[in-house]
Ligand binder design. Structure first.
Ligand code: NDP
Length: 481
């Protein structure tokens, strides 16, 4: 059985304690590889390597750093099939999605920051003929990057690429639930000739490896994507150490559908924003609010289309819904369906585990699920479920639906469907979320600020914001006479 290894100081190495964890194939519910059960000692080794590499990497000319990132991007592209298959098996997501979204986006992340760093210019502030101030942007040091399981390589590279481009060296931890493509990335980095110690990947549990990265005093900057509770745990440890922090956390995103929308476009996109990646995208719209005049029609059409989504083997060509990522996660999602029923909800479709035949009989498959009849403030509509489960609710006025949309502790992303331009601008401005999509969903320009408000996070990723996050501004004031 394949034993995944840590990537420390340019080499693939076993965890110091020699302990491994089981890595599950969620489509079959079986163990298919082993992952290092690393601990603080492995993190210390990785931090020492990153610290030793920092002085040289931080002054390596930008075009040289850029070349390494572009080489990594090209190698990801060249290994598209292998990486997509690995991601699909490790995570349970349909192969098609991994091939068209996850892996191309991972390559794009390296490409984007590999070129972006060449175009970044800091500010200068002239005090006429008295003095000139300029802002020197210097890499912060060793960056700690911790990422979740839902878009494994996509989100891992979204942190690593800007950190490396900015001149930081990195100690990174992918989710223990989906370590495979991070391991394959370490092989790619070796192939690309990335100098040793510049990127270090330590596999293992959040409570051990993630906590050791968070608490390590040699790591002054932390970029984390994951659940809101974990983000709070990290902030509790890192804030008194005055670490720079970017926290991309959970969401409970509203999808607001006005009666004047382009109905067909709205319906096909809402299928994706509800169920893509089994609903395990932090940007999925899990609370669907529909203006009353079209509510009945929407309900009938949405249920009809959802019934046709094929649940099955993630590697299957026609599969639309693969397996959810793990058994505990599947059980959590099912517990929310039960909660919704207790809260008075009616399951219009789904709500059950799907038992497949043969080798897939123990896989973690769930029906895409639509629930109605719940109030906007019940637990089902307030807490993140992070699975193929959505609720639908009618509304009558703009004021009412704005209140519903803004009523959770979260504020990551929102989607609005209307052909009324004035309303689109007004409503978007009033939504409490970091991202608003109008008449679209998941349309991404990597230059734009990405992140949430309220309990969905602190800070922004994307574009030059990430370069600025991984660098420290220093104002230098030069008197001119
Ligand atoms: P978790 O918060 O459980 O884990 C995220 C990462 O943190 C994992 O690598 C995990 O390791 C690690 N971790 C766990 N505990 C600690 C700790 N005490 N200290 C440091 N690191 C720790 O999230 P999930 O992996 O379950 O991901 C799903 C969540 O991520 C959802 O809430 C989703 O909304 C959010 N998310 C947010 C996005 C955004 O951009 N805002 C994008 C994508 C997801 P391990 O896996 O080993 O536990």
């Amino acid at each position: 059985m394949l034993k995944i290894q840590n990537y420390i100081n340019g080499e693939l190495v076993a965890p110091e304690a020699g302990q491994y964890l089981d890595n599950y194939d969620p489509s079959r519910g079986t163990v298919y590889s082993l992952i290092p059960d690393s601990d603080e000692k492995d993190v210390d080794r990785a931090v020492a390597a990153a610290k030793a590499a920092f002085p040289e990497w931080s002054v390596t000319p930008k075009d040289v750093r850029s070349n390494y990132l572009l080489k990594i991007a090209s190698l990801i592209e060249a290994n598209l099939d292998k990486l997509a298959k690995a991601e699909s098996i490790d995570n349970g997501k349909p192969l098609h999605l991994a091939k068209t979204v996850d892996i191309p986006r991972a390559a794009a992340n390296f490409h984007f920051y590999g070129t972006g760093i060449l175009h970044y210019a800091a500010h200068a502030h002239s005090m006429e003929d008295t003095a000139i101030n300029y802002t020197l942007r210097q890499p912060v040091g060793v960056a700690g990057c911790i990422s979740p399981w839902n878009l494994p390589l996509y989100l891992f590279s979204w942190k690593i690429a800007p950190a490396l481009a900015a001149g930081c060296t990195v100690v990174a931890k992918p989710s223990e639930v989906t370590p495979m493509t991070a391991y394959l990335l370490s092989e790619i980095c070796i192939q690309a000739g990335l100098p040793k110690g510049v990127l270090n990947i330590v596999h293992g549990l959040g409570a051990k490896v993630g906590a050791a990265i968070t608490a390590n005093p040699q790591i002054p900057v932390l970029s984390f994507t994951g659940g809101t509770k974990t983000g709070a745990d990290i902030a509790r440890v890192a804030a008194p150490m005055f670490k720079k922090m970017s926290l991309e956390l959970g969401g409970k995103n509203p999808n607001v559908i006005f009666a004047d929308c382009n109905y067909e476009k709205m319906l096909s996109t809402t299928m994706l924003s509800s169920f893509a990646n089994q609903g395990q995208i932090c940007l999925c719209g899990s609370r669907i609010f529909v203006e009353r005049p079209i509510y009945k029609k929407f309900k009938a059409d949405f249920v009809e289309k959802t019934k046709k989504l094929l649940v099955g083997d993630p590697l299957g060509e026609k599969t639309k819904i693969g397996a959810v990522v793990s058994k505990p996660h599947m059980e959590k999602i099912l517990s929310y369906v039960e909660l919704a029923k207790q809260e008075g909800g009616t399951v219009l479709f789904g709500g059950n585990r799907v038992k497949m035949d043969g080798e897939f009989s123990e896989g973690y498959y769930l029906e895409p699920t639509i629930i109605e009849g719940l109030s906007h403030n019940c637990r089902t509509n307030q807490e993140e479920i992070f699975g193929p489960v959505v609720t639908i609710m009618p509304f009558d006025t703009e004021e009412e639906v704005l209140m519903y949309a803004n009523s959770t502790i979260y504020g990551l992303a929102s989607t609005v469907w209307t052909e009324n331009l004035t309303r689109a601008h007004r409503f978007a401005a009033n939504l409490h979320s970091g991202i608003v999509w109008v008449n679209c969903w998941l349309l991404r320009d990597l230059r734009t600020p990405f992140g949430g408000v309220k309990s969905s996070g602190v800070g922004r990723e994307g574009g030059f914001e990430a370069i600025e996050f991984f660098t420290e501004p220093k104002n230098i004031c030069i008197k001119l006479k």
